[in-house]
Design a protein around this ligand. Structure first.
Ligand code: HEC
Length: 130
């Protein structure tokens, strides 16, 4: 009697542990912040922080003295910045694809935008096409 109760308890424990193990990845997925930031976040951030200089459609072309704001749409941007890492660096550190500083008034966004937010903007930029 006692022995079978122990076995039953062990089985229940095993079942609970299995269930916990199975639910953990699902929870982690729904909570995972940066890479999975929803595209709407990128849309909102772009509208609030970038569109004033790059236009709502990302086409850029606004003059700031002798500098024009860049066209942020594909295919051009993606041909220049081959990886998301380079695009993130352009946004967060104000560096072009070769590592040279971008011209003012393009801001350096590090400190004002989290990496996750910048990633959300990059994801949104990939949806813009000329
Ligand atoms: C105050 C105006 C201004 C704001 C605000 C601004 N930019 Fe820019 N951005 C520029 C200008 C001007 C350039 C071109 C700089 C150059 O030619 O060196 C530029 C260049 C860039 C580039 C490099 C593109 C290329 O082809 O080299 C990227 C990427 C970029 N901006 C993204 C953003 C994002 C994302 C935001 C919002 C978080 C943003 N910018 C906000 C003015 C701005």
């Amino acid at each position: 009697m006692q022995k079978s109760q122990k076995i039953r308890l062990a089985l229940i424990l095993a079942a609970l542990l299995t269930a916990a193990g199975l639910t953990r990845p699902a929870q982690a997925q729904s909570m995972s912040p940066p890479a999975a930031a929803p595209p709407e976040t990128g849309v909102q951030l772009f509208a609030g922080k970038c569109a004033s200089c790059h236009n709502a459609d990302g086409s850029g072309g606004m003059s700031f003295g002798s500098v024009k704001s860049a066209d942020l749409r594909a295919p051009g941007l993606e041909q220049t910045y081959k990886t998301d890492a380079l695009l993130l660096r352009a946004i967060l550190d104000g560096k072009d694809e070769t590592g040279q500083p971008l011209h003012a008034p393009m801001p350096v966004w590090r400190g004002q935008l989290s990496t996750a937010s910048a990633q959300a903007i990059v994801a949104y930029l990939h949806t813009l096409h000329s």
